[in-house]
Design a protein around this ligand. Structure first.
Ligand code: HEC
Length: 164
């Protein structure tokens, strides 16, 4: 009777330990390939598409639906049309390219309206803190709009969008 729970406990602590071994790549250290792709996971860990779908739709996280239509989410009203529909985006772009787009769309599409979700250098912003987040700039708390793991989760979700 105790054996399965002991096994579970050991697996759990092994997972915790593995979890602490992962380290985020800071925005300045991201390695790009061909100017538009980021081959390596930003968090060092794989993405979770279910968490990614939630972060994609959440107004306080990606808020991607404010600009993009996504037919795979009919339960959400008011899909925006500032950007292209994301139907089939997982077939148009590789995982590394999707990571590049979500991390820094302005690098992939110069002058894009799409926010840069993975940059914590205030010098790269015209008004750091104000744009998109509507929060005043505070050097103590200034951070990327999405965490490394949130981007991995969203990328893992985007690769599933292969239907047009
Ligand atoms: C403020 C509007 C805006 C927001 C918010 C936004 N995007 Fe975009 N996105 C764009 C625009 C505009 C483009 C087209 C590229 C360009 O600017 O030429 C684009 C392009 C893309 C593309 C490439 C589309 C394709 O298949 O060709 C992907 C993928 C994408 N966005 C994903 C996302 C994700 C994921 C989020 C949320 C984390 C997001 N976008 C949030 C405006 C936005």
């Amino acid at each position: 009777m105790t054996r399965p729970s002991l096994t579970a406990a050991c697996t759990f602590s092994a997972l915790l330990w593995a979890g602490t071994a992962y380290a985020d790549i800071s925005p300045a250290d991201v390695v790009w390939e061909d100017e538009i792709a980021i081959p390596a996971s930003l968090s060092g860990a794989p993405g979770d598409p279910v968490a990614g779908a939630a972060a994609f739709a959440s107004r306080s996280a990606g808020n991607c639906l404010s600009c993009h239509e996504n037919s795979a989410m009919p339960e959400h009203d008011f899909h925006g049309n500032v950007g292209p529909s994301l139907d089939g985006t997982g077939a148009r772009w590789s995982e590394a390219e999707l990571r590049g787009i979500v991390a820094n769309a302005k690098r992939v599409f110069p002058d894009s309206m799409m926010p840069v979700f993975y940059n914590d250098n205030p010098a790269d912003y015209i008004r750091p803190g104000d744009a998109y987040t509507a929060r005043a700039y505070n050097p103590e708390t200034f951070s990327t709009l999405l965490s490394a793991q949130q981007i991995e989760d969203i990328v893992a979700y985007l690769v599933t969008l292969t239907d047009w």
